[in-house]
Design a protein around this ligand. Structure first.
Ligand code: NAG
Ligand code: NAG
Ligand code: NAG
Ligand code: NAG
Length: 511
């Protein structure tokens, strides 16, 4: 097995070289240098990582002091359980918690680490993030305002996480380890006081009211919400399946190895990699195909001679049944669905972590194609490639696209992909992120207006659908997000051709 091991010293060298560039840039902006930075956080919730390595924390504290001087207040942030391993003398200890937690108890605990000075909640949870396949997270306005009020009454200092959640564009979503791997959605709206699109929400005004009881708030109007637009539906056209574009997606050709290598071993930081081998004997009966030790990180799309066979998924779907003649091409497209970004105590390598097994045979002699999907989509835009003609509705990883003008002033919009399964979507070459309509809860992707062209210019939308295309390959742009439809219930706007008169959302059963 070929894996990249990052030794602690390599890690520290990378940390040092990063901060030696970053911190000198911040130095002129420290408060006592005439800037507006009053304090700087060292690490983030390090106490939740099981290493509990004070030597590491001392190294960081020393590095920050050496680069920033003695006058700036340095602090740490941890949850109540993380205070023990995350705090360090010389760094001001702060704690983070949400409205449902017991403030009295947590601040009393904080006092054990920081007997004097202000009580600080450095991440007060105004909402929460979403995971694919789970319900949309919400925190009620009353709970969030009540919690803030209680802290301000104590004279505590509060930083809101999130004040504005935003979007995990491209491949940038993280993932959590809650006993199993849980990837976070593209939207990071977070039910925060400022919406994903940057607009004030009722929660913002309610929090502002609470703050106004304790201190004067600035006079004058808030910026209004940005204009939103509704547009479509548009029909997408088939460009061809992913395998057709392999020469463009991996112009340097494949890497060869007896056993499969991880993404890290071939320096494929994000996105997708195709693993290919050829059957060395004929498999005439449906035969179990699987990857031992839950070795698919994180999702695999399997094709035999270009025909889609199904999906394997980390912790979820472990086997398929395959047939094929001697010499048949077995392709496995691996998707990295996002890095573990909290509390993990082990490295999370991506790709095939173990050689796949077909029946009793361990499959070897692999070709690995690290794919430059974004580069292809960008260079392809606004170029038109000849469309491949496909007799039936294809399945498996497939590109779809269309071009379209937008008349008028336009605005921000939300891309809705009804009936599509799972994939990645680009607007004018910009990677908007992952969609997973079949899974939810996120149903629309935020499209900021600056990504679009208005007037006569053509816009191009490109989808890499990884599984199944709806019978009518349409998309629509909505003027409101839909972030709360789970597996159980999908709210879908009717795709009537009448776009002047958008219909109300209607509830469909089924998925
Ligand atoms: C919060 O913690 C305090 C101190 O431990 C305890 O006295 C109180 O009952 C707790 N409140 C709730 C609602 O659990
Ligand atoms: C998600 O929401 C549905 C519908 O409201 C509910 O039945 C289900 O119990 C919720 N699931 C979880 C894990 O909270
Ligand atoms: C992290 O460590 C705990 C305790 O040692 C273990 O139970 C858990 O499986 C580990 N998690 C991962 C992702 O390795
Ligand atoms: C989703 O949110 C919308 C808008 O807030 C609401 O009208 C709708 O009832 C919600 N749907 C579900 C399934 O919770």
């Amino acid at each position: 097995m070929s894996r990249v091991l990052l030794l602690p010293l390599d890690f520290l060298a990378a940390v040092d070289s990063w901060f030696k560039v970053l911190l000198p840039k911040l130095y002129p902006w420290l408060y006592h240098n005439g800037g507006n930075i009053i304090s700087i956080q060292v690490e983030n919730e390090y106490g939740s990582y099981k290493a509990c390595d004070f030597t590491y924390m001392r190294h960081l504290a020393g590095l920050f002091r050496a680069l920033l001087g003695d006058r700036i207040l340095l602090f740490t942030t941890d949850g109540p359980e993380g205070l023990k391993c995350g705090s360090l003398q010389g760094l001001y200890t702060t704690v983070d918690f949400g409205p449902a937690d017991n403030m009295t108890k947590i601040f009393a605990l904080l006092r054990k680490y920081e007997p004097h000075g202000p009580l600080v909640n450095s991440e007060y949870y105004t909402g929460w993030l979403d995971y694919w396949g789970q319900n949309h997270s919400m925190r009620s306005i009353s709970a969030v305002t009540k919690g803030l009020e209680n802290m301000l009454k104590l004279g505590a200092s509060v930083n809101m996480y999130m004040f504005h959640g935003g979007t995990n564009f491209g491949y940038w979503n993280g993932a959590d380890d809650k006993g199993r791997y849980l990837p976070i959605t593209t939207s990071y709206d977070y039910d925060a006081p400022i919406s994903e699109a940057g607009d004030p929400t009722p929660k913002l005004f309610a929090l502002r009211n609470v703050i106004s009881e304790f201190q004067e708030i600035p006079l004058g109007p808030l910026p209004p919400p940005s204009p939103k637009m509704m547009f479509g539906p548009l029909t997408l056209h088939l460009d061809g399946d992913l395998l057709t574009f392999l020469d463009f997606l991996c112009p340097r050709g494949p890497i060869r190895s007896i056993l499969p290598m991880t993404f890290e071993a071939v320096k494929q930081d994000f996105g997708f990699m195709l693993y290919r081998t050829y059957l060395t004997y004929t498999v005439s009966e449906p035969t179990q195909f699987w990857v031992p030790n839950n070795g698919v990180h994180d999702r695999a799309y399997v094709m035999v001679d270009g025909v889609f066979q199904g999906v394997l998924e980390r912790n979820m779907r472990h086997q398929l049944f395959l047939m094929g003649n001697i010499g048949a091409t077995l392709d496995i497209l691996l998707e990295n669905m996002g890095r573990l970004s909290f509390g993990s105590n082990s490295s999370d390598f991506k790709g095939l972590l173990e050689p796949p097994v077909l029946g009793q045979t361990v499959l070897t002699q692999w070709l690995m194609f690290p794919l430059k999907v974004d580069k292809l989509v960008k260079t392809w835009f606004p170029l038109e490639l000849p469309r491949s003609s496909h007799p039936q509705v294809p399945s498996g990883p497939t590109f779809y696209s269309t071009t379209f003008p937008i008349l008028g002033e336009g605005g921000d919009t939300f891309l809705f992909l009804p009936g599509w399964t799972k994939g990645q979507v680009w607007i004018n070459g910009f990677n908007l992120g992952r969609y997973w309509t079949r899974q939810g809860p996120q149903q629309t992707l935020y499209v900021p207006r600056p990504l679009l062209f208005f007037g006569g210019a053509l816009n191009k939308i490109t989808l890499l659908e990884l599984e199944n295309v709806p019978p009518e390959p349409k998309i629509q742009f909505l003027d409101k997000p839909i972030l709360n439809s789970t597996l159980h219930k999908t709210y879908i706007y009717s795709l009537s051709a009448d776009t002047q008169n958008p219909s109300e959302p209607m509830e469909l059963s089924g998925h």
